[in-house]
Design a protein around this ligand. Structure first.
Ligand code: SF4
Ligand code: SF4
Length: 324
C-alpha cells in the first residue's frame, strides 16, 4: 500500500493562534471596509509576532503569513515564494515539482461546451481532473460532478454524483457534468470579503490561496456547487502528485482554503487542453477560445442550440451545454 503523506502547514512558532482560519464579517461599509479591518488585524498580529521568541520577520513562516496579494507580488517576490513552495512540496512528498505562473493570453477568452448526447457518465473526466489538479483520494474533493438525472429533469439537487460508473448509461437516465462555469458575472467573486478570488482577463476565475481566509462566503454564493473547502490537511500519495503546477491552479493547497476548477490554466495558457477534455473517451467535451471565430467552441455556440445552467440567475457562465 502506498504511504500517504500529510501535505502542508507544519505548526510553526510564528503561526497565529491555533491554525483555525479566521472568519470575516461583512459590514454595512462593504467589502473594502471588511478587508481593511482584516488587514489592520493582520498588521497588529505582525507587530506582536515580530516580538515573539524565535520568530524573525525575515523567516519563511513570517513572510508567508504576511504575504502580499497575488496582484501585488513582484517577479522577485514570486521567485522566492515559488522556490519556498517547491522545497516544501518536495520535503513532504519526495516529488520534485515545478511551480509556474502562466499569464492570460492576449485575445483569448476560454469557454467550454458539453455535448450531452455523447456524455455517458463514465466519469473519466472526474478522475483525470483529480490527478491533474493534485486532489486527494476523497470522492467528495472533486472539481467535476457528473450528475445522473432522470431523462427530462434539470433539478440538479434530485440527481446523484455517486452512482456506479461501471454501470452506465442506465436506462431512463442522462448525465450532466458540472464544474466551475467561470461565470462572467460571478457571485463568488462578489461575495469574497478579501478579494482573494477574481476573474482573470481570459475568463478564468482564480483563488489566491494565500489570501483566502476560509470564510466560505464564495462557496455559499456559487449556485453550481463548484467550490471545495479544505477541511483537513490534504493528503496525496506521492505517485499521484502532478509535478507540473500552477501557482493559481493546481499547486498543493493548504488546509482552510477554498479551491475549484481553473480550466487547468497551467495547461490551457500554454496551448494545451484541460485534462478533463483529453480524458473524455466519447468526445462530449469541447474547449477553446470563444474570441476565435474559427474555434470549435465558437462554432458550437453560434450554430447549436446551446443552453446554460440556471440562466435566470444572470451568472453568465462560460460553460455551455447542447445536444448534437
Ligand atoms: S461556477 Fe461558481 S465558483 Fe465558478 S465562477 Fe460561477 S459562481 Fe464562481
Ligand atoms: S475565496 Fe472564498 S473562502 Fe476565501 S476569503 Fe474569499 S470568500 Fe472567503
Amino acid at each position: 500500500m502506498t504511504k500517504k503523506l500529510p501535505i502542508y502547514r507544519e505548526p510553526s512558532p510564528c503561526s497565529a493562534g491555533d491554525g483555525a482560519a479566521p472568519s470575516a464579517e461583512r459590514d454595512e461599509h462593504g467589502d473594502e471596509a471588511s478587508r481593511r479591518g482584516f488587514l489592520q488585524l493582520a498588521a497588529s498580529a505582525a507587530v506582536l509576532l515580530a516580538g515573539a521568541p524565535g520568530c524573525k520577520t525575515d523567516s519563511p513562516e513570517f513572510e508567508e503569513l504576511f504575504q502580499k496579494h497575488y496582484k501585488e507580488l513582484t517577479a522577485e517576490d514570486k521567485k522566492k515564494i515559488f522556490a519556498r513552495l517547491e522545497t516544501r512540496t518536495r520535503a513532504l512528498t519526495g516529488v520534485k515539482v515545478n511551480i509556474s505562473d502562466p499569464q492570460p493570453l492576449e485575445g483569448v477568452h476560454f469557454a467550454y461546451a458539453l455535448n450531452l448526447s455523447h456524455c455517458n457518465g463514465n466519469r473519466r473526466c472526474v478522475e483525470a481532473c483529480a490527478r491533474e489538479n493534485n486532489l486527494p483520494n476523497d470522492p467528495q474533493m472533486r472539481y467535476i460532478r457528473v450528475i445522473e438525472l432522470d431523462n427530462g429533469s434539470q433539478h440538479l439537487e434530485k440527481g446523484t454524483a455517486y452512482y456506479d460508473p461501471e454501470r452506465v448509461p442506465q436506462p431512463g437516465k442522462f448525465y450532466l457534468p458540472v464544474q466551475c462555469h467561470q461565470c462572467d458575472n460571478a457571485p463568488c467573486v462578489r461575495a469574497c470579503p478579501t478579494k482573494a478570488t477574481w476573474k482573470e482577463p481570459d475568463g478564468i476565475v482564480v483563488v489566491d490561496y494565500d489570501w483566502c481566509i476560509g470564510c466560505r462566503y464564495c462557496q455559499a454564493a456559487c449556485p453550481y456547487h463548484a467550490r471545495r473547502f479544505n477541511w483537513v490537511e490534504p493528503s496525496i500519495e506521492p505517485d499521484r502528485v502532478n509535478p507540473n503546477q500552477g501557482y493559481l491552479s493546481n499547486r498543493i493547497r493548504p488546509v482552510g482554503v477554498v479551491e475549484k476548477c481553473t480550466f487547468c490554466l497551467h495547461r490551457t495558457r500554454n496551448g494545451r487542453y484541460p485534462a478533463c477534455y483529453e480524458a473524455c473517451p466519447t468526445g462530449a467535451r469541447k474547449f477553446g477560445n470563444l474570441s476565435d471565430p474559427e474555434s470549435e467552441v465558437r462554432k458550437i455556440v453560434e450554430n447549436e442550440r446551446v443552453w446554460i445552467l440556471k440562466e435566470e440567475l444572470g451568472t453568465e457562465p462560460r460553460f455551455f451545454y447542447f445536444y448534437g
